[in-house]
Write a protein that binds this ligand. Structure first.
Ligand code: PGA
Ligand code: ZN
Length: 421
């Protein structure tokens, strides 16, 4: 049974405080989990409880830690750690709000993840096996964010993430090697042209560019120069995070000096898709612009993967609405948007039953915790987005996936099959 639960304020990759929860079982098992934190957050995400006082510029999480140690521990101590659904349901009921605004999703998710990890550990099972049973066999194809813009960098690039997707490989290990080689080639190409090679929040390069298209040109050059075939072996994925540049019903692309309607923005993307080997576009339209999303889905939905992040916020009710209205064809999965392990699993299952692809995802503020690597394998999301192949908080996830691939009896890497539609 759960003997004790404690919490501590630790730092995330941006140097901001976040919650580390630790669960101690009666058999002596101790397991912890650290909660991540986003910068370009969706409006309907579960609430991240911050102290709002003078410490850490208001970002302290002592209140959330206290909620773990008092309110939550009071309910959970004495219970079995092996019933994740029950544990998560009890915390949801204790909170009593729609979005965890009482306890804080950072408090609840920290405990939810730590309970799962403690249960796995005490059964001597790897986390992916505990959460996924014998089904978890697909090592996800990564989306690696190698040029950072938007809210994750101080440049004039409007689109937030320019990612490579190494689809044409037989294993995660080889796919990661190619990605690392491309990353280093890109660094050289940028430096040769006099661009700074300082990194953005997710480990990608973050110089200024002529427009929002030039980063794609650089990435294609890097793929080729590193000896790989664009499209066949390595494709491009974008996260526009367009809610960030949506103002008064229009999309302001500062990098291109343009203000576009949803229709025009969809044409802008369609032009990019026609020109470049782009396989996936996330948050192409803003979270409040469901009309724009419909236009985009009609235009590109049968050509590429359209991922809803801020749009769906890992929420199964909002996803159900999207499925019904035929909006997007894939969903980004961020456990801290919804607040617990069980609710994340429910959303993934709904998506998978309805033919929506799932992309497990980190946040821009991360930690050394690699929970999502195991979670992606457990749920067979087949895709994961966890930043550049650099910076410890990003490589923690990739390195964990290397380990899982090595340990699996029959690991599958299905990059080539992902976008056959
Ligand atoms: P965030 O960015 O973690 O800052 O929200 C990630 C994303 O938009 O996918
Ligand atoms: Zn996003």
């Amino acid at each position: 049974y759960i003997d004790n639960i404690v919490a501590q304020e630790v730092l995330d990759s941006r140097g901001n405080p976040t919650v580390k929860a630790t669960v101690i079982l009666s058999d002596g098992t101790v397991a912890s989990a650290i909660v991540p934190s986003g910068a370009s957050t969706g409006k309907r995400e579960a609430l991240e409880l911050r102290d709002g006082d003078e410490r850490f510029g208001g970002k302290g999480v002592l209140k959330a830690c206290e909620n773990v140690e008092v309110a939550i521990a009071d309910e959970l101590v004495g219970l079995s750690p092996y019933n994740q659904a029950e544990i998560d349901a009890i915390m949801k009921e204790l909170d009593g709000t729609q979005n965890y605004s009482k306890l804080g999703a950072n408090a609840v998710l920290g405990v939810s993840m730590a309970v799962a990890r403690a249960a796995a550990k005490s059964l001597h099972l790897p986390l992916y096996r505990y959460l996924g049973g014998s089904n978890g066999v697909i090592v996800p194809t990564p989306m690696l964010n190698i040029i950072n813009g938007g809210a994750h960098a101080d440049n004039d690039v409007d689109l937030q993430e320019y990612m490579i997707m190494p689809t044409g490989f037989d294993s995660f290990k080889e796919a990661l090697r190619a990605s690392s080689e491309i990353y280093h080639t890109l660094k050289k190409l940028l430096a040769e042209d006099g661009h700074p090679t300082a990194l953005g929040d997710e480990g990608g390069f973050a110089p200024n560019f002529k427009n929002n298209e030039e980063p794609i040109e650089y990435i294609l050059k890097a793929i080729e120069k590193a000896g790989y075939k664009p499209g066949d072996e390595v494709s491009i994925a974008l996260d526009a995070a367009s809610s960030e540049f949506y103002k008064d019903g229009k999309y302001e692309l500062k990098g291109d000096g343009k203000v576009l309607s949803a229709e025009e923005l969809a044409d802008f993307y369609a032009n990019l898709v026609a020109k470049y080997p782009i396989v996936s576009l996330e948050d192409g339209m803003a979270e409040d612009d469901w009309e724009g999303w419909k236009i985009l889905t009609e235009k590109l939905g049968d050509k590429i993967q359209l991922v809803g992040d801020d749009l769906f916020v890992t929420n199964k009710e909002i996803l159900a609405e999207g499925i019904e209205k035929g909006v997007a064809n894939a969903i980004l999965i961020k456990p801290n948007q919804i607040g617990s392990v069980s609710e994340t699993m429910e959303t993934v299952r709904l998506a998978q039953r309805n033919g929506y692809n799932c992309v497990m995802s980190h946040r821009s503020g991360e930690s050394e915790d690699a929970f999502i690597a195991d979670f992606a394998v457990a749920l067979n999301t087949a895709q994961i987005k966890t930043g550049a192949p650099a910076r410890g908080e990003r490589t923690a996830k990739y390195n964990r996936l290397l380990e899982i691939e090595r340990d699996l009896l029959y690991p599958e890497y299905i990059g080539k099959e992902l976008f056959r539609r």
